[in-house]
Design a protein around this ligand. Sequence first.
Ligand SMILES: C[S@@+](CC[C@H](N)C(=O)[O-])C[C@H]1O[C@@H](n2cnc3c(N)ncnc32)[C@H](O)[C@@H]1O
Length: 362
Amino acid sequence: MKLSHFEALQPVCPVCRTERQREDSRLVIGTIERRSDTTIEEGLLLCASADCQREYPIIDGIPLIIPHLRSWLSTNIAQINARDDLGAITESLLTDCCGPGSAFDTTRQHVSSYAWDHYAEFDPLEPIREDPPGLVVRLLDQCLQLAGSFPKGPLLDVGCGAGRTSFALAERSSDLVLGIDLHYAMLRIAARVLSTGTVRYTRRRVGIVYDRREFPAAFPNSDQVDFWACDANSLPFRDKQFAAVIGLNVLDCANSPLSFLQSVARVTAAGGKVILACPYDWSAAATPIEHWLGGHSQRCESRGATEPVLRSLLTSGAHPCAIQGLHLIAEADNLPWHVRLHDRSTMQYSVHAIVAKVEDAE
Ligand SMILES: C[S@@+](CC[C@H](N)C(=O)[O-])C[C@H]1O[C@@H](n2cnc3c(N)ncnc32)[C@H](O)[C@@H]1O
């Protein structure tokens, strides 16, 4: 965790904020176990409120500022304890034994897909193909063009995955960028790129066969970037802290897309923008069906489409749950994005992008 980001963003306790409606419960640095001049590699953040005093660990330079830490940690402990010092042969035997569909294999598949799109363009061993990696950066540029200018101030990259768009945002702005996600294994890829300028991941070839990849990838202005584990639905920030919030391909992964929209609107500054792009590939594994925005009932007015529901949520008075103070100002459709599964399988998506603006201050 970079001290510059911690000091500039002054995170608050997500439990005090969401469960006790207290905005003033700042987090302070408790214990430091490992640090450099500019970062804390390992330690504890504490809620300064005497009646809370919750602890949030910093592991591998990534602070875990997550409200239901116990349940998150018990589900994700394998990702935290994952080793990256084993040889490729041993790792392959572990994959064979755990088998397809195991938590180990599922995590490797996710990391393989996103690390590939984010960084494989820098991999000297990556074969040339018709649909090369890097589409998420192209999508980001299309969204930024659609958004136009926004006020000066920090930028929040929600659901940053392996982190490439956070680096790309820092290349295109002089402001602080914070990438947040709940997937620790992906954040670890991002944090390694940040601290060492090296990408290290296993790239799925086929079935449960993966190849180890390691190559340099350094980005300009990376001192402006940091990665934290946070829940987009329970952001540990005060109101109106970010000049823009960018969320690419994340809305259909949120447990509650409506709370996601309320949450990102809350932390966006007056005159700031919320920029979202999504293929609306809803899945009950990520989002309970009742929470899908459209997409689950062809008998309702929107006939199952997400776009009109989202438009009405971002238009004052058009929906009973319209997001207060956030107005749709631009849209684009059919933007290409893809998720590579293995050598012979890539899922192609057609993405819808929206830009919404937070009302200017009076
Ligand atoms: C489909 S991936 C997209 C990653 C990246 N933005 C991209 O386009 O390549 C969605 C990401 O959102 C993250 N995510 C889902 N729900 C989240 C939440 N509530 N808070 C933070 N991140 C979340 C997932 O862990 C995952 O990394």
